[in-house]
Design a protein around this ligand. Structure first.
Ligand code: FAD
Length: 459
């Protein structure tokens, strides 16, 4: 059969949702049924929940970057690049390849799974001075940066500079921020022993959040347990507090405190990929408004899921409830969307997505953890076993499982070498540099490209 006559399925994003969808399409469709194409800037699926462990050096970056080409059975065509706009009317996705070439990719069915980016607010200095924890490059950068602060403090004879370099601020008391602060504090706590000139008491970690509780999803008791663990480690938790302004050498909190620091890590939530705005469709708090079957109402062949879509949470049974942006939902939605794309191809009825949340696991490093699997509250080693067991089993490939397990073992036995690689030294390190948030087209630019008019000025 000629390629042209086969339906074209285009999946955007190789994260939890996109990869799960593609693998199922490959399994359930024969190569003659449809052409499946995946647009992704990277050649791996990133296992984001373990990013704080990369930042703290417990895991190597490669161990959580799962290859998209691991098996010969993987036959999806991969376009290395990012989608920068979608024109629903003409069914064209505009892609910027990794060589900056712009191509129009036509589709019959599109699955939008570009995930989310770090949510920022209009706080002076924030986007220039804060680091995120959403990409592998950010995690590797933050690790190098934190170690460089110890190196620079050690080399300095200025007490004020030493104190500033040894203070660290993490904003965001959700699981990402809490794990990041906890894991990085363990890194500096262990590293400082190799710096005999540094007073360990000068190292101060701050974890702040505007909300009145840490990780409210855990419930009051477990949230308090997590806070006690952090306090025991010397992490200062400030709730009901955010940032007023950020500078290169200090951060001002909303309660008036001015903290001299060179390290501001911003993990205060996520917002849907800017790609979603290029569609000009209805959104719910920035996420594409889809129905329970994860289709875009009124549009033929458009599916969206994961962090970028507001998928109704049918298991909650509450009017207007939408699934939280978690890997747990994204993966499962990926499977249902694949089935729904196939059903649409065959003119069969689509199935709604319904999944009851399995709970939350929070790895605070070492033997510290709090977990709530299926509503059961766990602390310490049992919680840690569940957290690591859950993540380990969720890694897609066996080779990744072996890499992660080996890294955990090696780190437990031999500790960290505190190597600063310098790979990204002196490179721009703003959120937009890591998350490419400024590379998208406006709706007018998408239209112009699709209609073959001279391209409007690029952003
Ligand atoms: C530090 C941290 C810890 C977390 N811990 C947990 C946890 O313990 N449990 C849990 O359930 N969830 C956790 N999450 C949330 C979870 O990782 C996300 O909800 C999940 O990754 C969402 O899956 P997704 O497929 O929608 O997006 P992602 O997994 O982020 O994948 C999106 C993919 O799309 C690609 N992409 C982006 N833009 C484009 C574009 N324009 N064109 C093409 N491709 C694009 C990205 O490179 C990425 O590969 C954590 C998140 C973070 C940051």
């Amino acid at each position: 059969m000629d390629t042209v006559t086969r339906p074209r399925i285009l999946v955007v994003g190789a994260g939890f949702a996109g990869v799960e969808c593609v693998r199922r399409l490959e399994r359930k469709l024969s190569p003659l049924d449809a052409d499946v194409t995946l647009v992704t800037p990277f050649a791996y699926q990133l296992y984001l929940p373990l990013l704080p462990q990369v930042a703290s050096g417990v895991l190597t970056p490669q161990s959580i970057a799962l290859s998209l080409r691991r098996s010969r059975k993987y036959r999806t065509r991969i376009i290395p690049g990012g989608a920068i706009g979608v024109d629903l009317k003409s069914k064209v996705c505009v892609v910027r390849t990794i060589t900056d070439k712009i191509v129009n990719e036509r589709y019959d069915y599109i699955v939008l799974a570009p995930g989310s980016v770090t949510r920022t607010f209009d706080i002076p200095g924030l986007t220039e001075h804060a680091f995120g924890m959403k990409t592998l490059a950010e995690a590797a950068y933050v690790r190098d940066h934190v170690i460089s602060q110890l190196d620079l403090a050690d080399a300095s004879d200025d007490p004020a500079e030493r104190a500033a370099r040894l203070q660290f601020v993490v904003v965001g008391g959700g699981y990402a921020g809490t794990e990041t602060a906890a894991c990085l504090q363990r890194l500096t706590h262990a590293a400082v022993k190799r710096y005999p000139r540094l007073d360990p008491k000068l190292i101060r970690w701050h974890l702040i959040d505007i909300a009145p509780k840490l990780m409210p999803e855990l419930g009051d008791k477990l949230g308090r347990s997590a806070q006690e663990i952090l306090a025991r480690r010397g992490i200062e938790v400030s709730l009901g507090v955010s940032i007023d302004k950020a500078g290169p050498e200090e951060v001002t909190f909303t309660d008036g405190r001015v903290v001299p620091t060179h390290t501001l890590i911003w993990t205060a939530g996520v917002v849907a990929s800017p790609l979603i705005a290029t569609l000009g469709a209805e959104t719910v708090r920035g996420r594409l408004a889809v129905d329970a079957e994860m289709t875009l109402p009124g549009q033929d062949g458009v599916f969206a899921l994961g962090d970028s879509a507001a998928v109704p949470d049918l298991a909650k049974g509450q009017e207007g409830a939408i699934c939280p942006p978690t890997a747990q939902h994204a993966m499962r939605q990926g499977r249902v969307v694949a089935d729904n794309v196939i059903a649409a191809l065959r003119n069969q009825p689509l199935s709604p997505y319904k999944h009851k949340d399995l709970g939350l696991v929070v790895d605070l490093g070492g033997k510290d953890a709090v977990s709530k699997p299926l509503g059961i509250e766990l602390r310490g080693l049992p919680a840690q076993a569940v957290a690591r067991g859950y993540h380990w089993s969720a890694l897609r490939t066996n080779v990744a499982k072996v890499r992660v397990a080996t890294n955990w073992l090696l780190n437990a036995v031999a500790g960290d070498d505190f190597v600063r690689t310098g790979f990204q030294a002196r490179k721009p390190a703003r959120l937009k540099d890591f998350e490419y948030t400024d590379s998208y087209l406006t709706q007018e630019q998408v239209r112009a490209r699709v209609e073959g008019q001279p391209a409007l000025e690029s952003p």
